[in-house]
Design a protein around this ligand. Structure first.
Ligand SMILES: C[S@@+](CC[C@H](N)C(=O)[O-])C[C@H]1O[C@@H](n2cnc3c(N)ncnc32)[C@H](O)[C@@H]1O
Length: 218
């Protein structure tokens, strides 16, 4: 790979981050390491065909679309008009809504599963968001969150890039993501769940330990 190719990845990530965040999420949603880890998390939840699923913070809807294709009745919600506009354009048949995770516009027990990727680690009020996710999930349903994990180091990142043979935009996006958002530990996730009355039954790692998920029965 030449010098220009190496520069193109980080430059594209920086430009999208600065000027077109929906474009950035739409682009990373197509990368194997990103979509694969998110799909793996959802598939591990073993939801039932026809389950009503709410994805909180769905951004441009790539995972929402995967869940719809898996046979669930899915709604994607995000507070960003721009994200939802792009999601509607990319996935016209999906049920998508602009809304605030701290005050979900749904009745109690409205969904069989409520999921959120990379949301509770970035919001200032994670407890309120998780309380709302719990409220709209039916008793016996599934509440699950996925976040970047503390403990995934720069060396781990290098190994991931190497084993997956990542280059260009894909490599730059992964590197930026590793450096960017706040991360959480498993105990932090478990404490957060218990603070809203959810007993986290399962915590699992994805993407060679870069991500951690906690799941509870509502
Ligand atoms: C880091 S992105 C993650 C997007 C997607 N879930 C993913 O994993 O690729 C966080 C998303 O949550 C949305 N968000 C942040 N705070 C929110 C809130 N209070 N209510 C609804 N959405 C929110 C943002 O607009 C953004 O699309």
């Amino acid at each position: 790979m030449g010098r220009l190719d190496r520069a193109a990845g980080p430059a594209k990530v920086a430009a999208l981050l600065a000027h077109d965040q929906p474009g950035l999420f739409a682009a990373i949603g197509e990368l194997d390491w990103y979509s694969g880890s998110h799909r793996h998390w959802i598939d591990d939840l073993a939801l039932r065909d026809g389950d009503r699923v709410l994805e909180v913070g769905c951004a441009t809807g790539a995972l929402t679309a995967h869940m719809a294709n898996s046979g669930y009745r899915v709604t994607g919600l995000d507070r960003s008009d721009d994200m939802i506009a792009r999601a509607r354009s990319d996935h016209p048949s999906l049920d998508l809504l602009v809304g605030d995770a701290t005050a979900l516009p749904y009745d109690d027990n409205a969904f069989d599963a409520v999921v959120a990727a990379s949301v509770v680690n970035i919001v200032p009020d994670a407890q309120v968001v998780l309380t709302e996710m719990h409220r709209v999930c039916t008793p016996g349903g599934t509440v699950s969150v996925l976040v970047p994990a503390v403990g995934f180091t720069g060396k781990d990142l290098d190994a991931l890039i190497e084993t997956r043979g990542l280059t260009g935009f894909s490599r730059a996006a992964l590197t930026k993501w590793h450096k960017g958002p706040p991360k959480m530990t498993r105990p932090q996730l478990e404490t957060l769940f218990r603070s809203v009355g959810l007993e986290p039954a399962v915590t699992r790692s994805y993407l060679d330990g870069m991500l951690v998920a906690a799941t509870a029965t509502a």
